[in-house]
Design a protein. Structure first.
Length: 334
């Protein structure tokens, strides 16, 4: 019989954790045992997997005995604190947080781009930020064909990217706002219903947010080209699921929109949706619940010599988090 694995999901009760369970089932991952880990707040809860209830346990340094693979999504500080214990116990960890992404010993992997780095792991493989993942899936085929020199990206990120509580907050704020009632932000720093917030994560000394600098540094590491210049603006929008991105690139070799469409049609993980005359372009309503990275609005940037603009949409909880991590785990057990 094919080998089966003991899996621990760290942060099982969260938005990404829930999606881990869903995708492990959907893709029939060979699960032998399942350990669900979260905080004391979740003690006593049960979550369903394969029709069976599993108890949620409190995460401790002793949670990893006999575990083969840890899927981590309990925040960066928990990953920093607990993943070394998991590695010591013999597990391989796929980490969704930013904790180890820029660590030189840790591969940072999007399977469609640099899956071959998975086998170089020393116990931890990092999953990139959601916004980085969908952007590099769309850009990698173009980079290979025409060498990208500079990227200017603006993101339109859904509230689910900030966790389950933020999804509830958008719903509650929307109801209150439409009922002409006072909205007091609790989870977000400002009202998110019927608004946009040009801040995701904290501000850094250079005036960019940490989320924006994640896109800069992670893109260079994944595409293995430190010379690529990246300028990012990350914006939280009142959408529940799926992130959208306006992506503008400059390439070394001239490339036409037709060439880009041809390169991306059938590229791993990409779904082309580009027929503006029929009103066809990707939107969050297309990507929600789907695995693909949807690309449309491909056009020549006429303001520079070799420029292309495009629009990229993907489900941030699936390809942006749980799906990418499970694809990494699937490569690990191949
Ligand atoms: P969420 O819905 O807020 O869930 C957070 C999860 O972490 C919950 O299961 C929570 O358990 C658990 N947790 C929090 N504090 C803990 C503690 N002290 N000990 C043990 N467990 C603890 O957030 P999410 O959207 O699922 O995201 C979780 C993390 O995944 C993020 O912080 C981020 O690092 C990463 N993430 C990555 C991406 C990506 O782009 N790759 C996207 C989204 C998130 P309780 O229910 O018990 O509180
Ligand atoms: C997405 O614990 C934390 O600070 C987690 C914050 C967080 C991250 C992160 O930095 O790991 C929330 C949402 C991410 C991410 O993917 O970078």
């Amino acid at each position: 019989m094919a080998k089966r694995y003991n899996i621990a999901v760290m942060g099982a009760t969260g938005a990404v954790g829930n999606c881990f369970l869903k995708i492990l089932e959907e893709r029939k991952f060979p699960v032998k045992g399942l350990t669900l880990l979260a905080s004391e707040r979740s003690e006593g809860k049960r979550l369903k997997f394969g029709g069976k209830p599993y108890p949620v346990e409190v995460l401790t340094h002793d949670s990893f005995k006999g575990i083969d693979i840890v899927l981590a999504s309990a925040g960066a500080s928990r990953s920093l604190e607990f993943l070394p214990s998991a590695v010591k116990a013999g597990a391989v960890c796929v980490d969704n947080s930013s904790a180890f992404r820029m660590d030189e010993e840790t591969p940072l992997v999007v399977p469609e781009v640099n899956g071959r780095r998975i086998r170089e792991n020393k116990g931890i493989i990092a999953n990139p930020n959601c916004s980085t993942i969908q952007m590099v899936v769309a850009l990698w085929p173009i980079h290979k064909a025409a060498k990208i020199k500079r990227i200017v990206v603006t993101t339109f990120q859904s509230v689910s990217g900030a966790g389950q509580k933020k999804v509830i907050e958008l719903r509650e704020q929307s109801k209150l706002f439409l009922a002409d009632k006072k909205v007091i932000p609790a989870e977000f720093p400002h009202r998110i219903a019927f608004n946009l917030i040009p801040q995701i994560d904290i501000f850094l000394d250079n005036g960019y947010t940490k989320e924006e600098m994640k896109m800069v540094n992670e893109t260079r590491k994944i595409m293995e080209d430190p010379s690529i210049r990246v300028n990012a603006t990350c914006v939280r929008v009142p959408v529940f699921y799926a992130h959208s991105e306006s992506v503008n690139i400059e390439t070394e070799r001239h490339i036409t929109p037709d060439e880009v469409r041809k390169l991306l049609s059938g590229a791993p993980g990409v779904v082309m949706m580009d027929d503006p005359s029929k009103g066809l372009y990707p939107m969050p309503i297309h990507a929600e619940g789907e695995d693909g990275t949807f690309v449309g609005r491909v056009r020549q940037d006429e303001s520079v010599k070799n420029g292309i603009s495009m629009w990229v949409v993907s489900d941030n909880i699936r390809k942006g988090a749980a799906l990418n991590a499970i694809q990494i785990a699937e490569e690990l057990i191949k």
